[in-house]
Design a protein around this ligand. Structure first.
Ligand code: PBG
Length: 324
């Protein structure tokens, strides 16, 4: 009780604030999502994500030198697939010489210590822009899961450390885990996008990969943004099926979900600060309405406070530069 307790005593100098701080952001907490393009000498700006580019593999290798020099140790890979290769079966997704499979090999050869996670979902490869196989306007669950498991296997064969299914089909973790085990990839991890919401915040990402749904929306597979308890159901199912890490996505608008999951499970919990969150800060900062670096670091720390073990964020390089 005041005046015996004066909370400001613990805030009066940098030294005492540093001593009692409850959470800290380090480069260990950062995972960098990367967009990869076919070809060479390709560096295409993504207009709705200032500072982010689609890079061909040759330029990506140059970029990764500076990424790893900054102390970033983990990458989340996405590929931009040419329209001509898109179909309703995921043919390009499972091709042993597909762009993702080549990317993983190339990066692993050059940077064996970088942790590589690969996106597993059909939308970048789908002529319909959906995360699954489409029939009569429906997204088929079980046939999609079959393809996803083959896709995950091909990523493991290419050398991925973890596969990261972002599709939200039911049962895909169990199927992927089973296929990996049977093929001897017992040490390939699974980071499941377990609580992934049908969000408006993915817009810029869909620009980046030209992967917006051709019809309808993703509400029959991604979660209803109104639900919290359902996130726990999804996460517990994924852990039982064999997920090593569970993820909540998007990030900032879902900090309550991160906390809820943190309190319900013992496995590592990841947060994804998605493209729309990144775009909002860039736009506000460009207008001079927010101080970019202050708000960026405040947001990233908020994920730690909410209970995330690490954060997939397009700000990873900028944040690592500030952390120093
Ligand atoms: C698709 C996928 C999406 C993102 C990651 N994987 C978009 C979607 O579900 O439509 C979004 C990431 C971001 O917005 O940064 N499987």
């Amino acid at each position: 009780m005041y005046p015996n307790n004066r909370n400001r005593r613990l805030r009066k100098s940098p030294a005492i604030r540093d001593l009692v701080r409850e959470n800290e952001l380090t480069t260990n907490d950062l995972m960098l999502p990367i967009f990869i393009a076919e070809g060479s000498q390709i560096k295409e700006l993504i207009p709705s994500m200032p500072g982010c580019y689609r890079l061909s593999l040759d330029l990506l290798l140059e970029e990764l030198k500076s990424v790893s020099d900054l102390g970033i140790k983990a990458l989340l890979l996405f590929v931009k697939v040419d329209d001509a290769l898109k179909d309703n079966k995921g043919t390009a997704a499972i091709a042993p010489d597909g762009l993702m499979q080549r990317a993983v090999k190339t990066i692993k050869d050059a940077f064996p210590d970088l942790l590589i996670m690969t996106d597993v979902a059909l939308d970048p490869y789908s002529s319909y822009g959906h995360d699954g196989i489409v029939e009569a306007g429906n997204i088929l669950n079980d046939p999609t899961v079959e393809v996803l498991s083959q896709m995950a296997l091909s990523h493991a064969q290419a050398g991925a450390d973890f596969v990261a299914p972002s599709d939200m089909m039911d049962g895909r973790i169990l199927k992927i885990r089973t296929v990996l085990e049977e093929a001897g990839f017992v040490n390939t991890g699974i980071m499941s996008y377990s609580a992934k919401y049908a969000s408006g915040f993915y817009g810029p990402f869909r620009d980046a990969l030209e992967s917006a749904p051709g019809f309808g929306d993703k509400k029959t597979y991604q979660m209803d943004t109104a639900n919290r308890l359902e996130a726990v159901t999804e996460v517990l199912a994924d852990i039982e099926e064999g997920a090593d890490i569970v993820m909540v996505k998007p990030g900032l608008a879902y900090l309550d979900i991160i906390r809820e999951i943190r309190e319900n499970v013992q496995v590592p919990v990841a947060a994804y600060q998605v493209s729309g969150e990144y775009a909002m800060l860039k736009a506000a900062a460009e207008k001079g309405w927010l101080d970019h670096d202050t708000v960026m670091m405040e947001q990233l720390l908020a994920f730690k406070r909410a209970g995330a073990n690490f954060i997939a964020t397009y700000h990873a390089k900028e944040a690592a530069e500030l952390i120093g």
